[in-house]
Design a protein around this ligand. Structure first.
Ligand SMILES: C[S@@+](CC[C@H](N)C(=O)[O-])C[C@H]1O[C@@H](n2cnc3c(N)ncnc32)[C@H](O)[C@@H]1O
Length: 189
């Protein structure tokens, strides 16, 4: 068990619908006592809530100065300023499709993690689905000035990239049946 989390347990942040859904998928994989890195953490709300629900030490990494509510390091979107295996668990939520080279970033996440990498992102299975994702991504990111190269993947493309990573085991969940299609993948290193 960690001596103490680096985030106050008071004023537990209330997740919105999207964040609650993401937390439901991620929290079962986070264990007390871990050091957890949230890459592309934005303002850090998801990592902050994780640290309030579990006895973990959280750190974020962001490419922008995002007025983050957790300890956060700036990085260039590809190379993380941490030594190999610095964290037990690395999470990356709705970020990979923003990266110019998502596979390179995924490999970098595996480098700094010792136990698990938890990826949540989107996938598409038709041109209409891709168009929908592009529309939602553009409209929700433009106001924050976040670049949107629309590097979305199909299930097949996700599975090819994930299988190429140095993991001992891989668990993938695709959900929901309707609406924006999401993937949660857990790489056990
Ligand atoms: C949709 S937001 C998600 C923020 C946060 N993970 C969440 O789920 O609330 C995408 C985040 O990815 C970051 N980002 C954008 N391009 C990136 C890149 N090339 N590599 C890593 N992060 C990037 C952005 O700064 C932004 O904070």
């Amino acid at each position: 068990m960690l001596a103490k989390s680096n985030i106050s347990k008071s004023n537990i942040s209330k997740p919105n619908i999207r964040e609650a859904d993401i937390l439901e998928k991620i929290l079962p994989y986070v264990e007390d006592g871990e050091r957890l890195l949230d890459v592309g953490c934005g303002k850090g709300k998801i990592a902050k809530i994780i640290s309030q629900k579990k006895d973990v030490l959280v750190v974020g990494a962001e490419i922008y100065d995002s007025n983050c509510c957790i300890d956060c390091k700036r990085f260039d979107g590809c190379n993380l300023p941490f030594k190999d295996s610095s964290f037990n668990t690395v999470v990356v939520v709705d970020v990979i499709h923003h990266a110019d080279d998502g596979l390179k970033l995924l490999n970098e996440l595996c480098r700094v993690a010792s136990k698990k990498v938890i990826i949540r992102d989107h996938y598409y299975s038709s041109w209409l689905g891709l168009l929908f994702l592009k529309f939602v991504d553009w409209t929700t990111n433009i106001i924050h000035g976040v670049s949107t190269p629309f590097n979305f993947r199909t299930k097949k493309e996700w599975e090819k990239d994930l299988a190429s990573l140095p993991a001992k085991n891989l668990k993938i969940e695709y959900y929901p049946k309707f609406g924006i299609k999401n993937i949660v993948a857990v790489l056990f290193l």
